[in-house]
Design a protein around this ligand. Structure first.
Ligand SMILES: *[C@@H]1O[C@H](CO)[C@@H](O)[C@H](O)[C@H]1NC(C)=O
Ligand SMILES: *[C@@H]1O[C@H](CO)[C@@H](O)[C@H](O)[C@H]1NC(C)=O
Length: 384
């Protein structure tokens, strides 16, 4: 189960087990059992208050229940989705975070690695922008095997092709898949591309460490294949995106049309030097202790003059493996400051319990699964 929590690094995700469905199911069953047990014991205590002395002091039970309650945050999807109650684990404690992400990688990036023109497109859609003349392009970095995430987006915010009279386009970017299944995955990608015409693939190896390359390839695509668009957005595949609200923001008279980038602004973030952390950056790659101000990678929007500038400046900026902070470093070199959104509460890393009113107000927030995107979207749009 993947869960996002906030920590000193910003919002990041944690892998909390292999088999999502059975894990969730067991938690659910266990939770229901515990509730039943709690109810039973409470009843016994209630009765015994009048008669016998309880076998266990009531506050012990209270503590146990509270501990369980604090361990699982319950998200209720209202009405039609009653059977889809999800359980989220609590944020790991500071020292656990490191253990959970312990995948010490030998991180090395050469100086030219993030310069996107060192790569080329295997799947491309060069005619799409000239034909559709989009006002806004949503660019989604996604792993080759994450078909479910792409399908969920295609059936929700990715299908919004005209919003408030302006053309919107959604495209996915994948790299090369690694491993034994390689040929099969590639074959499937080709077919998916034929079918949907919304896949871009570049020839870098698609890994976590290489996300910086992925982001810069997105910028390169916008700069070279879609300079006519007014705005672009880099948006992760696990995001709820309210395109309507985003459009309102972009069309507002005060929204700059150049040198503009907004999202969740991260400032004064320390570089993680713990080798066991997923966000470890060796000093050789990034010597300073603090990152320049950047926008949280989950979703940032920018005027479409920026991609070209970012690509050009990236030639001179040594890459490191934290993609959003790397864009921050490029922006700093360009002397462009990230802007806070007019209403910061619209860019939310995480909204707790699902509330329709809140999802109607936000622009971005992180979700836990492609199914959640479909469920929340249908409820927000009242499609069920
Ligand atoms: C990391 O990889 C480089 C090049 O592949 C190698 O020279 C270096 O010894 C490796 N470092 C560690 C700690 O494994
Ligand atoms: C990143 O991509 C480059 C280019 O394809 C590749 O040589 C390198 O091994 C990749 N790095 C990792 C850590 O996957």
């Amino acid at each position: 189960m993947e869960v996002k929590i906030i920590d000193r690094n910003g919002w990041k995700r944690y892998n909390l087990g292999q088999d999502k469905s059975s894990h969730r199911c067991h938690i659910k069953k266990g939770f229901i059992l515990l509730l039943a047990l709690t109810f039973l014991l409470s009843a016994i205590f209630y009765i015994s208050d009048y008669s016998l002395k309880p076998a266990m002091p009531p506050n012990t039970l209270y503590k146990v229940v509270n501990q369980i309650r604090s361990y699982y945050v319950v998200i209720d999807i209202p009405s039609a989705h009653d059977n889809k109650t999800l359980f989220l684990a609590p944020p790991p404690k500071a020292n656990q975070q490191v253990q959970q992400t312990a995948t010490t990688t030998n991180i090395s990036m050469r100086h030219h690695d993030a310069y996107p023109r060192n790569y080329h497109f295997i799947l491309d859609e060069p005619d799409k922008c000239p034909q559709q003349n989009p006002f806004l392009v949503l660019m989604v970095p996604v792993a080759p095997h994450e078909l479910e995430a792409r399908s969920a987006i295609r059936s929700t915010w990715g299908k919004e092709s005209s919003v408030q009279g302006n053309a919107v386009m959604t495209l996915f970017l994948v790299g090369l898949s690694e491993g034994a299944e390689n040929d099969k995955v590639q074959q499937q990608l080709q077919e998916e591309s034929q079918q949907h015409r919304d896949l871009l693939q570049s020839n870098f190896v698609d890994t976590y460490v290489n996300l910086t390359i992925k982001t810069m390839v997105i910028m390169d695509w916008l700069a070279t294949r879609c300079p006519q668009a007014s705005y672009g957005m880099k948006v992760d595949s696990d995001i709820f995106l309210n395109v309507e609200n985003l459009m309102t923001l972009l069309l507002a008279p005060n929204t700059p049309r150049q040198n503009y980038i907004t999202g969740i602004v991260m400032w004064n973030r320390p570089v993680i030097r713990n080798k066991d952390s997923k966000w470890y950056v060796p000093e050789e790659l990034y010597p300073e202790p603090i990152y320049p101000t950047y926008l949280l990678g989950m979703g940032y929007v920018f005027s479409n003059d920026l991609p070209k500038k970012l690509v050009e400046v990236s030639k001179d900026i040594k890459p490191f493996n934290i993609e959003d902070a790397y864009v921050g470093a490029c922006l700093k070199r360009l002397s462009i400051s990230p802007s806070n959104p007019p209403d910061s509460s619209q860019f939310r890393a995480y909204l707790g319990t699902y509330k329709r009113e809140e999802f109607m107000r936000v622009i971005t927030t992180i979700l836990n699964s492609p199914q959640q995107l479909i469920d929340f979207w249908q409820d927000v749009k009242r499609l069920t």
